[in-house]
Design a protein around this ligand. Structure first.
Ligand code: C2O
Length: 566
């Protein structure tokens, strides 16, 4: 055979064998107003396909997804596939004005992307205003069909999506807060798979039930889809063995309580080793900000031993677990510092780009003649937030990705600072003169393949709190976290460069810091932001622009033809 024929056959066979098991999943997502009844009241909610939560996407690692989103609602919408790497497909990432213009009412857009090298649990949600309060759902990624879990196959799998419910229309809640400059109203309930559970009015009959067989093992995929609240999660009487988070496996460890920031997922195994009856599954706030109002209610579901239907125990109340106190930072930290990667990792040990980024709240002074109704934050101010003193402003004429790809000037500037413009005692008593950030659409440019370290440093400006910091387009290694101001001398020695966990959302400790590392091997415009929606709106975000590398496999694809325009 001629050399070229052999080459062709080999290439063909390699190509074929890598795709032999991969499937493409087609879905229609119709975003629409739907009547939803919760807490004794009915209101119109924006849902996908009339469901709350929306449909669960079940795929295998290596599969592709084609999802046509039709916007039949009265609001602009986009959908983000939270945690999906979107390698070369940034056009399908979803955050509005970052990778696309919003889908207008009456419009549609088809998201096309692939799952590669990720296994576990992710989720999808609207990435426009506060629509994700009701527009969200799970993504379950199982191993390739020829692969298996790195643990014994569970007898049963359940998805638990934690959400947050407002009696008012969430879009009205955030619009009012934007008008007044104050903090938005807190939610009226947390939910498990859309249901508040037994402890709320008018909710008992719809409480979500998780079946459990005696002696069996159940894999439970927990997702925090709440808008603005970190949550503790526990199951009465049962140990939780953590096996994964953010669609990466972890070295298994056992705990009685999880803490998830919005955006984070945790996969746990539980064993049916308790007397058969009913046990509450419960979640409530981990509220780290001193004195700030929060929703202090508790959502529940029921773990029901399938043998209980015939036993007397089913008539008694489910057993209630203990949940940590709301401000229990010690328990939250014990949990977040337990994560390790299962084997040796590819954490970069040489760094090309070393950034130090502060993250926290701020206050804007109002002009003297301002209407006091629009200055409802403390002392007649307006709330804001920033990274490295820049309060991020979304563009409105083009998405950043369009502007970057087509070289459209005037949409963003590339002067996001690599270090804070002023150094101060970040977690101490911060001088008032440092409370007011500048506004801007500033990005930080990265060369393809750059090895990046970001020291995230929380600030005590106005008030300190825990921030779930999420990076689009990447998983990153969390090499260390700690309290106080990051000290490069003593804290670098504590870095875990052996088996740090891989995440897409890191819990930045209250009055503390966290260090993440990643290789910039995915071209596009990638937003890094606090996943508390109230903080995104105030500008707690920045964007990395990652250049193309060499050749097609390191280059962003061409924009899809149906990409919405602004
Ligand atoms: Cu799950 Cu930019 O978010």
């Amino acid at each position: 055979m001629a050399h070229s024929t052999i080459m062709f056959l080999t290439t063909f066979l390699l190509f074929f064998s890598s795709l032999a098991f991969a499937k493409t999943h087609y879905h229609d997502f119709v975003v629409q107003a739907t009547k939803v009844t919760r807490l004794c009241k009915t209101r119109s909610s924006i849902t996908v396909n009339g469901q709350l939560p929306g449909p669960t996407l079940e795929v295998n690692n290596g599969d592709s997804l084609v999802i046509k989103v039709v916007n039949k609602a009265q609001y602009n919408v986009t959908i983000h596939w939270h945690g999906v790497r979107q390698i070369r497909t940034a056009w399908a990432d979803g955050p509005e004005f970052i990778t696309q213009c919003p889908i207008r009412p009456g419009g549609s857009y088809t998201y096309r992307f692939m799952i590669s090298g990720q296994e576990g649990t992710l989720w999808w949600h609207a990435h426009s205003s506060w629509l994700r309060a009701t527009v969200y759902g799970a993504i379950v990624i199982r191993p390739k069909e020829r692969d298996s879990y790195p643990f014994a196959k569970p007898n049963h799998e359940s998805v638990i999506v934690l959400g947050e419910w407002w009696n008012a229309n969430p879009i009205d809640v955030i619009r009012q807060a934007t008008r007044t400059g104050g903090a938005p109203n807190v939610s009226d309930a947390y939910t498990i798979n859309g249901q508040p559970g037994d402890l709320y009015n008018c909710s008992k009959k719809d409480t979500f039930i998780v079946p459990m067989g005696s002696g069996e093992t159940n894999l439970i995929r927990v997702i925090n889809a709440a808008l603005n609240q970190q949550l503790f999660f526990t199951i009465a009487g049962h140990k939780l063995t953590v096996v994964g988070a953010d669609a990466s496996y972890v070295k298994p460890f056992t705990t009685s309580v999880l803490m998830l920031g919005p955006g984070q997922t945790t996969d746990v195994l539980i064993k049916g080793d308790q007397p058969p009856r009913q046990y509450y599954i419960a979640a409530r706030a981990y509220a780290s900000a001193q004195g700030a109002p929060f929703d202090n209610t508790t959502t529940t579901a029921i773990l029901n031993y399938t043998t209980t239907a015939t036993s007397a125990a089913s008539n008694s109340n489910p057993i209630m677990p203990n949940l940590p106190p709301f401000n229990d930072t010690k328990t939250a930290t014990a949990f977040t510092t337990s994560f390790r990667s299962p084997g040796k990792t590819l954490v970069p040990t040489t760094i090309d780009e070393n950034l130090f980024i502060t993250a926290g709240l701020g206050i804007n002074q109002c002009p003297k003649n301002a209407n006091s109704n629009t200055c409802q934050a403390p002392n007649g101010t307006r709330f804001t937030a920033s990274m490295n003193n820049v309060s991020f402003v979304l563009p409105s004429n083009y998405s950043l990705l369009q502007a970057h790809h087509h070289g459209i000037p005037g949409v963003f500037t590339t002067d996001f600072p690599a270090t804070p413009p002023v150094k101060f005692d970040y977690t101490g008593n911060v001088s008032r003169s440092l409370w007011q950030p500048v506004r801007g659409t500033k990005v930080y440019k990265l060369k393809y393949g750059a090895r990046v370290q970001v020291v995230l440093q929380g600030t005590s400006i106005f008030t300190a709190e825990n921030h779930p910091i999420h990076l689009h387009g990447y998983d990153f290694y969390v090499v260390a976290e700690g309290f106080g101001n990051f000290d490069p001398k003593s804290d670098t020695a504590r870095f875990n460069l052996v088996d740090p966990p891989l995440r897409n959302t890191v819990s930045l400790p209250v009055k503390g810091w966290a260090v993440i590392r990643f290789v910039a091997d995915n071209p596009g415009t990638w937003i890094m932001h606090c996943h508390l929606d109230v903080h995104i709106g105030w500008g707690l975000a920045m964007v990395f622009v990652v250049d193309n590398g060499v050749g097609q496999l390191e280059t962003l694809e061409q924009p899809p033809e149906d990409l919405p325009v602004c």
